[in-house]
Design a protein around this ligand. Structure first.
Ligand code: SAH
Length: 420
């Protein structure tokens, strides 16, 4: 965490246990409620001082009265002006992206703890910003206003849209709110025109963004997550380099991998169980038609069933992408998740022609990189295939991994050369 010049104005103090202290010493920024020894009369979402049981000051943090993550550290120093600190950190997050992001107008601008702004996620899609607030502290009115005005000043978006996860608001005991446009009078700074030429009525929540030269539709108030899987941006480009021949994109969503591989392959099939996702995939394919060179086939279905049918009927491919949803949502279903990864990878490996490429992903934080590699090794043994690692990748750099906070490292993307 960056240091912060001192000043003394946060009045409330949270005392944490030795287990909590050790966790912070290990580089983490969370203190669980079970490690809070005393937090008397602290207002939900307030700025607090954190101390150990001997009264030693450990830093300033944001407090939640309801979440299991009671304390999210902000600084090892005392923070006196929270709004000024947030403005500085938003500026730093924007500057970091200028350094690490290229060839795209869509990327994550702020990634919560990994940008030292716990509880705040902001994504940029061309001229739109999509904001998610995850904690009581970030939801407090003066804080929201500071964040919105700094984002507007730094990035001059045509609009900022708030995306609400009702489950998170419930967990944080925050009043219900609906996703929607943050009214433009609240956004200071100059408004910029919309280059997509969409009708004015739709202009503010939809746009077209371009990553790695591939164009995508974006609709801020539909779709999963914040609209697209920006964390795969660098992996799309990396995978495309190896793709050729007949290609299969399993769990294709709106076509992220399929559209990137289309120019390099003779035939591309995308599979997903979500009809709405495939409809957008189809529209995205139309946007990029001149580059694709051929039609992409989109199949609605259960990936497990389809892979079984394909492998039973002896279908073969040269390139396969597996990018399933997070199978292990918690530690409890880790075993079932591992069985799922094993089955998918086994079937894919059996269908690959010699010299083919497998791109296989896991976005479950609970599946460690080592465990994921091991499950692929097991699948390779069962499929009697030899695998060589072409690339061992993670999420794109606009979703930084903060050492000491393992939760910020969640996406694994392995690219293999497969031979028999
Ligand atoms: N590869 C995509 C992201 C995939 S997200 C990209 O880069 O944009 C996971 C996708 O899996 C979602 O679109 C979801 O609809 C789909 N899905 C979930 N369970 C499925 C199943 N059993 N069969 C097929 N698709 C499934």
């Amino acid at each position: 965490m960056p240091k912060r010049s001192s000043g003394l104005s946060d009045s409330s103090t949270v005392t944490i246990s030795r287990a909590g202290l050790l966790r912070l010493r290990g580089g983490h920024v969370w203190v669980y409620r079970s490690d809070v020894v005393s937090a008397e009369e602290i207002k939900p979402g307030s700025l607090v001082s954190v101390q150990d049981e001997r009264g030693k000051f450990l830093g300033s943090a944001l407090y939640s009265s309801s979440s299991q993550i009671a304390v999210r550290m902000l600084s090892r120093e005392k923070v006196d002006d929270l709004q000024a600190l947030l403005r500085e950190r938003i500026q730093a997050a924007v500057a970091y992206r200028k350094q690490v992001v290229s060839d795209t107008d869509a990327y994550r601008v702020i990634f919560s703890e990994a940008d030292f702004l716990p509880g705040l996620i902001v994504d940029r899609y061309n001229n739109l910003l999509s904001m998610q607030i995850l904690t009581q502290a970030m939801d407090a009115d003066p804080i929201r206003q500071t964040v919105i005005s700094e984002l507007a000043q730094q990035l001059q978006p045509a609009a900022i849209i708030e995306r609400v996860d009702p489950r998170i608001r419930e967990l944080e005991q925050l009043p219900a709110r609906t996703s929607g446009l943050i009214s433009s009078e609240k956004i200071s700074g100059e408004q910029i025109g919309d280059p997509t030429g969409e009708p004015a009525s739709e202009r503010k929540t939809s746009t077209i963004f371009t990553m790695n030269g591939v164009r995508f539709h974006y609709e801020a108030l539909e779709g999963q997550k914040t609209g697209a899987f920006l964390d795969q941006r660098e992996n799309y480009a990396a995978a495309a380099k190896y793709m050729r021949g007949e290609a299969l994109d399993v769990f294709c969503y709106q076509g992220g991998f399929a559209l990137h591989m289309a120019p390099h392959c003779s035939q591309v099939t995308g599979v997903d169980s979500s009809r709405p996702a495939l409809e957008i995939a189809e529209q995205n394919a139309a946007l990029n038609r001149q580059d694709n060179g051929h039609e992409i086939e989109w199949i609605e279905g259960n990936a497990f069933d389809l892979l079984r049918d394909y492998s039973d009927s002896g279908r073969q491919f040269d390139s396969i992408v597996l990018d399933p949803p997070a199978f292990a949502k918690s530690k409890q279903n880790l075993q079932t998740a591992m069985r799922g990864y094993k089955e998918l990878n086994l079937r894919a490996l059996k269908m690959l022609r010699p010299g083919g490429t497998l791109v296989t992903c896991s976005c479950s934080f609970h599946v460690t990189p080592e465990a994921f590699l091991e499950v692929i090794a097991q699948a390779a043994r069962d499929a009697h295939k030899s695998l060589r690692i072409l690339e061992n990748r993670a999420q794109a750099k606009d979703h930084p991994i903060l050492l000491g906070v393992p939760e910020t490292y969640y996406l694994k993307c392995l690219i293999f050369n497969v031979s028999s």
